[in-house]
Design a binder for this molecule. Structure first.
Ligand SMILES: NC(=O)c1ccc[n+]([C@@H]2O[C@H](COP(=O)([O-])OP(=O)(O)OC[C@H]3O[C@@H](n4cnc5c(N)ncnc54)[C@H](O)[C@@H]3O)[C@@H](O)[C@H]2O)c1
Length: 258
């Protein structure tokens, strides 16, 4: 029970990495406010966790809306009187080529994937300041420091998350608030679905060929949401108490190769 009595907020927690993180934090004794823009799926996911006697409740939150983020933080404080852990996980994918990338689309990706991190952090900050063990974990991506075809908006936003994390570490460190990032590689979630036929990236021939057969992925498989939840838990806990401003890469070794 590494997090007994602590209060955590996880955004984008209806599915995927956010849901796995919410479950992992709650199993370690944290009270978790799970939030997502997708209210129905979130309600179903939280029901399953609550049935396992985990202390998890749900709130709808659109992280791109600063007021929505304030309502979320206020609810955690109303419910449990504190906030110790904030996992900024909510994001959308985008693979629009430059010729089709409208200004509106660009701004939407930035609003969710980058502004969202700032909105939720700003909203939780007054409460994190009162915590003796405050930890912010921003979910970035290996795309935050590498280029990929048609990833201008997504990868730029994630690069922003990486450096926003470092700036948070510098600004909040004197107040005892840590800020770190987790950068996942290929993780088997809805975000990694191939658009056309519903198969996942890691099931495609090109993935198997490049990453498994030819060894671009040293661990020879795509990650699971639970593979990312462990590092999030570590950064939330006192085991990482002298770490701040760092990016933990969780990618099966794929950024080690070329
Ligand atoms: N899956 C991967 O391969 C991968 C790789 C690198 C980084 N990531 C990052 O991991 C995080 C989790 O992604 P995932 O793979 O679990 O994806 P996912 O699509 O399964 O889950 C993302 C969740 O965020 C929610 N969301 C979207 N827009 C929102 C908004 N405006 N406000 C609140 N919630 C919103 C969605 O409803 C969804 O439940 C994201 O930050 C993503 O960029 C994922």
């Amino acid at each position: 029970m590494r997090l007994e009595g602590r209060v955590a907020i996880v955004t984008g927690a209806a599915r995927g990495i956010g849901l796995a993180a919410a479950a992992a934090l709650a199993v370690e004794g944290a009270h978790v406010l799970a939030s997502d823009i997708d209210e129905d799926v979130l309600a179903g996911a939280v029901k399953v966790l609550a049935a396992k006697k985990l202390s998890v409740i749900a709130i709808k939150c659109d992280v791109s809306d600063a007021e929505s983020a304030v309502e979320m933080a206020d609810m955690a404080n109303r419910q449990w009187g504190r906030i110790d852990i904030l996992v900024n996980n909510a994001a959308i994918s985008d693979d629009t080529p430059i010729d089709e990338l409208t200004g509106e689309r660009w701004r939407h990706v930035m609003a969710v994937n980058l502004d969202g991190v700032l909105h939720c952090t700003r909203a939780a900050l007054p409460f994190l300041r009162r915590s003796p063990c405050a930890s912010i974990i921003n979910i970035a991506s290996t795309q935050g420091f590498r280029g990929q075809p048609h990833a201008m908006a997504y990868a730029t936003a994630k690069g922003g998350v990486v450096n926003l994390t470092r700036c948070m570490a510098v600004d909040f460190g004197p107040e005892g608030i840590r800020a770190n990032a987790v950068a996942p590689g290929y993780i088997d979630t809805r975000m990694a679905l191939q658009k056309q036929d519903g198969t996942h990236e890691h099931q495609t021939e090109w993935y198997q060929d490049i990453y498994v057969k030819h060894g671009r992925m040293p661990l020879r498989r795509a990650g699971k949401p639970e593979d990312v939840a462990g590092p999030i838990l570590f950064l939330a806990s006192d085991e990482s108490r002298y770490m701040t401003g760092q990016v933990l890469v969780v990618d099966g070794g794929f950024t080690c190769t070329y």
